[in-house]
Design a protein around this ligand. Sequence first.
Ligand code: NDP
Length: 444
Amino acid sequence: MNYVDRVLGELKAKNPCEPEFHQAATEILNGLRPVVERHPEYEKTALLERFVEPERVVMFRVPWVDDAGKVHVNKGYRVQFNSAIGPYKGGLRFHPSVNLSIIKFLGLEQILKNSLTGLPIGGGKGGSDFDPKGKSDMEIMRFCQSFMTELFRHIGQDTDVPAGDIGVGGREIGFLFGQYKRLKDEHVGVLTGRGLSYGGSLARTEATGYGLVYMAEEALACRGDGFKGKTVVISGSGNVAIYACEKAQSLGAKVVAMYDSNGYVYDKNGIDLAAVKQIKEVERGRIKEYADRVKGAEYHEGCKGIWNIPCDIALPCATQNEIDEASAKALVKNGVKYVGEGANMPTTLEGISVFRKAGVVFLPAKAANAGGVATSALEMAQSSGRLFWTFEEVDKKLKNIMVNIYRNMDAAAEEYGVKGDYVAGANIAGFKKVADAMMAQGIV
Ligand code: NDP
């Protein structure tokens, strides 16, 4: 049996009941086959076995008290996956679906994503099965304080620097940072995505969505095309979706649909983003309300139908496995030409295969959504240097990083004989630097 198949087999046997982790590892290791063949020393030093095993997994109890005085207990996680090229870096996700498998898949992806940015950051991820929906600000604060009361002993500005993800935005980062500072008596860049008044970076809020569109813009430009006049479907209506929509619209595209976990809105006139921001960012409401407020818009219960809407460009920006084989086939049938993954692993392996066969330009998450973590690393640089860059400076650096990632994964795919396969290209380009660092550092 070849090396990659053996490692994948062992991984599945050693980590049963972790389907998302198996899925991410399969996608990554399949893409690395040509690299592993060229480097027999990797097998001799069990490099892949070490690469897929987290350096450290922390799991802990998070007790908290709701407004009615009832005590709740959630699970907390931090997976410190790989620190070969820099301190662990990756978001915290608060969502009821969170479990060890999901955090490990996200952490594994994060290693390569962070490497692709070209910045010195290792890979980690964390979170909780806590559901922030419907909770008061005080409940969110008490939960965040309890979560940090355990997490603080495992993180640090040179060790592990968490950020936001699903369910963790500016409000949560503020509460988490406040508790860290209180426990450690240190005002340092231990979390990114901080508010501007206490060490945050301009453009961090916009970074993942803008970065996604910058990469797609480059992919279009390389084919003599552009966003102008294109019809775009975006799933989700959270941080990534909103700013992907904003940038796509500013480049002249018409975004016609968005969703949350209850259902989607279709607006043939083009999404009114100010209305979405008011509902989602200010009122923390449901996307359904958009159809009540904006004339001509339709609301449909359930999410899947969004992929039946004809579009040139699809940007899945909500969560993992949103686009399965059937959804991918529907998109292809209706003429999609580009798919850019804003969310992490939003397309199943079967869905990716449909896009590949149809010749759709497919920009995988670890490259396409790297703008968020790249800007987090720029926030770390500003924190350490006690600097504060303008929005334009950060945005320019972000755009350069996204264009470079695109070029690097394109070149890596070509170098290893899989031209145009950006899934393989991103995995290879991200892995090479991590592998070099791991080889140089001995068996650790
Ligand atoms: P938010 O919490 O701001 O928004 C998430 C959006 O996705 C919401 O509209 C939410 O709907 C929807 N959603 C979540 N779960 C589901 C589900 N099971 N089915 C349908 N819709 C769902 O998160 P972000 O925008 O920050 O993150 C979105 C994705 O982007 C995630 O995969 C995240 O890992 C990835 N990402 C985020 C980065 C960032 O900088 N924020 C960086 C890189 C990747 P509802 O409100 O109903 O829950």
